[in-house]
Design a protein around this ligand. Structure first.
Ligand SMILES: Nc1ncnc2c1ncn2[C@@H]1O[C@H](COP(=O)(O)OP(=O)(O)OP(=O)(O)O)[C@@H](O)[C@H]1O
Ligand SMILES: *[C@@H]1O[C@H](CO)[C@@H](O)[C@H](O)[C@H]1NC(C)=O
Ligand SMILES: *[C@@H]1O[C@H](CO)[C@@H](O)[C@H](O)[C@H]1NC(C)=O
Ligand SMILES: *[C@@H]1O[C@H](CO)[C@@H](O)[C@H](O)[C@H]1NC(C)=O
Ligand SMILES: CC(=O)N[C@H]1CO[C@H](CO)[C@@H](O)[C@@H]1O
Length: 386
């Protein structure tokens, strides 16, 4: 089942090259207070929980945790409340090797908090979220970033206006790269690939569909799908691609039904779930799934670019010999650079492997408390198939 391509992408090394471009996750971090109970409590009852822990949470922040464990270099970008829980969140990001150096700090507004009840009997996670109106990131904040540091930017689909303007900013940057490639300014820019944009449609808000024309990869959560009346993954993919007329790769995960995805040219791939022996913690399963897909596709993208460069080097050395073919080769070079600005690297096989890999990682995660040891379990699994 595991191809050699798959092995190459997944790798076993968790060390990160220092000059590697990062994956940026834009969204929220919050404090999760997680209580594990034998069963979900009755109202007005008084019982002991089996386990209680504090954990760094928030969708973008969880996605970083998993990306980092899989060996991708990553950065979290979101507002941080400068209050008493700040150092808890910062220390934890440091432990997981997550860069947070560009996060704006907000005074006098508390940190968003989720109280979570995990039921061991049913495997459910019940979330009570409180956000004391910590301001959303703005375009101004986003403009402080150096976009050349990133190969992929993942957005939580939270606030339509702000996220849309950030995506437009990335689009402008990509167009600029494309322009300097066309003018054959090889030394400065030809090594730079355009940034891939992904989004998770998470909150049940119809208007978030307006983001789709700007994204390369869209994750549609089960909650979002259900809020629109879809009750299967295939119905979701079909109706969303009709509604939004999107050229994006669409991906839909659905708990123990696994996940399904659609390539830009309408080919459907899918994977079953890989349930662990016992489901102990489904909190963040979706974030884990997203991270694993992004990790896999980003690796595929880097590999695609590496091959393209090799090819263009070979061509350049051929150039020296034969001036006559020079013109054709130059044309080829340009055609290939614009191909790569889109999502040429997401072929049916790559997408299939990405979704299957992500269901395996998410399946391993729901068998674990928090994210502890996810990287070890995962390495063991890879060794077994090798
Ligand atoms: N009970 C389960 N058994 C096996 N795999 C699961 C289970 N729940 C989730 N998964 C895996 O996790 C992936 C994501 O699940 P899902 O979309 O339901 O998460 P979610 O509800 O968005 O999670 P959260 O909101 O807590 O991040 C699924 O595609 C599946 O591979
Ligand atoms: C989005 O953010 C802007 C600016 O922070 C705010 O004015 C607006 O109400 C937000 N919209 C939603 C839907 O949250
Ligand atoms: C890059 O430029 C080519 C032509 O110069 C164009 O066809 C292509 O759409 C551009 N790509 C992007 C991402 O703008
Ligand atoms: C999905 O699309 C089909 C036809 O394309 C339609 O019949 C169905 O009602 C749609 N589902 C929802 C929930 O909108
Ligand atoms: C804190 C937060 O916004 N959590 C959300 C993460 O995404 C899931 C859906 O995928 C939501 O249900 C959570 O509320």
């Amino acid at each position: 089942m595991i191809s050699s391509f798959y092995k190459k992408i997944v790798g076993t090394s968790s060390t990160v090259e220092s000059n590697q471009q990062k994956i940026l996750c834009v969204g929220l971090t919050c404090l999760d207070i997680v209580q594990t109970c034998k069963q979900y409590p009755a109202e007005d009852s008084d019982q002991r929980s089996v386990d209680c822990r504090w954990q760094r949470g928030g969708n973008a922040s969880n996605t970083c945790t998993v990306l980092s464990q899989l060996g991708s270099s990553c950065e979290f970008f979101g507002t941080l409340s400068a209050e008493e829980h700040l150092s808890f969140l910062q220390n934890d990001m440091q432990n997981y090797n997550i860069d947070y150096s560009h996060c704006p700090m907000i005074e006098n507004i508390g940190c968003p908090t989720s109280t979570v009840i995990l039921s061991l009997r049913s495997g459910s996670r019940t979330i009570l979220h409180h956000n004391p109106n910590l301001p959303e990131l703005t375009l101004k904040n986003f403009e402080q970033l150096h976009l050349e540091d990133y190969s992929w930017i993942h957005f939580e689909g939270r606030n339509l206006t702000e996220v849309l303007s950030m995506m437009q900013c990335v689009e402008n940057y990509n167009n600029m790269l494309n322009y300097s490639q066309d003018t054959n300014n090889k030394e400065t820019k030809s090594s730079q690939a355009s940034i891939t944009i992904s989004v998770e449609l998470e909150r049940p808000r119809q208007e978030l569909l307006d983001l789709l024309p700007y994204v390369d990869v869209a994750f549609i959560s089960k909650d979002f799908a259900q809020s629109r009346g879809y009750d299967s993954m295939s119905e979701t993919l079909k109706n969303i691609s009709e509604d939004a007329k999107s050229g994006a790769t669409l991906i839909c995960a659905w708990a123990d039904r696994g996940a399904m995805a659609r390539t830009p040219d309408n080919i459907i791939v899918q994977s079953p779930a890989f349930p662990p022996q016992k489901v102990v913690d489904t909190l963040g399963a979706g974030d884990t799934f997203n991270a694993a897909v992004i990790h896999f596709l980003n690796k595929a993208k880097l590999e695609f670019i590496r091959r393209r460069k090799l090819k263009s080097c070979e061509m350049n050395s051929a150039l020296q010999k034969d001036v006559e073919i020079k013109r054709n080769i130059k044309m080829n070079y340009n055609i290939e650079s614009s191909e790569c600005s889109h999502t040429e690297f997401i072929t049916q096989n790559v997408l299939q492997a990405a979704v299957s890999f992500a269901c395996q990682v998410a399946g391993a995660k729901v068998g674990l408390r928090g994210y502890n040891k996810l990287d070890e379990i995962f390495k063991d699994a890879c060794q077994k198939v090798n």
